[in-house]
Design a protein around this ligand. Sequence first.
Ligand code: MSP
Length: 528
Amino acid sequence: MGKFYITTPIYYVNAKPHIGHAYTQIVVDVLARFHKMLGEEVFFLTGTDEHGEKIEEASLAAGFEKGREKEFVDTIVPSFKKVWEELEIEYDDFIRTTDPEHEREVQRFLESMWEKGDIYQGEYDGLYCTPCETYWTQTQASGGDCPECGRPVKELKEKNYFFRMGRYQQWLKEYIENEPEFILPDFRRNEVLGFLKEGLNDLCISRPKERMSWGIELPFDKEYVVYVWFEALINYISGLKKNGHMNMWPADYHVIAKDIIRHHAVFWPIMLKSMDMPLPGTIFAHGWWKMGADKMSKSRGNIVDPLELKDKYGVDPIRYFLIKAVVLGNDGSFSEEAFVTLYNSDLANDLGNLLNRTLTMVDKYFKGISPEADPSKADNAQAQRSRSLLESALNLVPGIKEDYLDEPGILLTEALSRIMLVIGKANKYIEESAPWEFAKKGDTGSIGLIMADLLEVLRNAAVGLYPFIPYSAGQMWSQMGLGDLEEALEKGELVREFEKAGAGERRFPPGVRTEKGDPLFMRIKKEG
Ligand code: MSP
């Protein structure tokens, strides 16, 4: 059995989570659930980034005096956990950078790098961006503004500690060139290679306590705390150690957004190399959710609250929309109108309707019991039509597996589209086959075949949809009379779906009592 270790970034606790953060969580949750379905041992780590200047400022602004930052962050962390719970994010651990296990691990990294000579003391004389907590050279911030966030930088001269990144520049460049899956999507990989060509400065990794003290102390100089980014990355290790799971290292995926690719694809591999540790398999950078042309962020005041959206529409439509509306890797612009349109067309009209119509007909024609599929008892033309739909149904699960596992990495949006295409085909199949006409002629053989085909589509679709919309997939499963989907997953039964899929055999058994329930998705009337 393989292992699968996947992480999200750890979020700053100066703002409550918005759908941009929720997006990363959902992407990672989908991947984690999929790999569980394959029977792998999965560890999904998320958490919060709680030190540094930004948090210190937020703490002061919230009325906590200097020195009481921990109390402040303790008030924020539960709101993250609550949102993740409400969005059905099934993480295995929540690491906080104020956890003692994390602090210990950070000090271990620092000590070891110090002993090795990869950290040295020097004088910093240059520019500094407080919101990004990043030092910039005159050339980098030539206009007086931070090249990352555009806000004004300030002059700064102080003694600090530096990490010898320059030493590893050539090694990293070659590593990235030789490992095409290390940074995905491809265009991000090229971006990082371009960045490396400009030359790597050593990284200033300390902050003097007299200026900023909310952080982890340097083990070799008590007057300093460590730069927040330098310690934050180490969460990916401390989160495993805390749980006795170091056997899961290296991570299979670090999923992040494009704005923090430099930290993950440059700083982090070099830190690991300095520690003689293996590197993660893939750093996958997705795009940004925007409002109009701007990135959705607290500082711009244009956020969408996932819980408000959930109260209005439910969890699964949020999960569905975020993955389906934008190809993973690209930017997307959020609007409630687009959300409602996709909800109505894909979820209410296509998916919900197919389940409802199918189970209504199984009730009507077969007293709710799934019929046998026997093409020899069906009308010839119908048997022909059936073959084509059946093929699509049976190819669904192997196709999805390819989307997840094959080059160039994770094709989540494509996997969803693949499923919805077959759902659409099945709806069309009902129209073309017109089972009600066969009913007039008393041709139960043909109706039986049609129903078996539709149930086959729905069963395979439910398997594929589970990671994306777990609750609704579970509803589909139980309404089809197949029992509890989560339980089947726990027992490892879904592993067989992936092993046996593509063998060309129907998997929906005859004689099952279906249990039609409430419609999965009610159509939403557009406002205004
Ligand atoms: N604390 C750092 C990460 C340290 S990881 C070792 C940080 N935190 S953050 O709170 O700013 O959140 C960053 C992550 O939140 C992004 O990488 C991304 O995953 C997610 N997103 C935040 N806003 C987003 C959008 N508007 N759109 C998409 N993702 C967004 O950076």
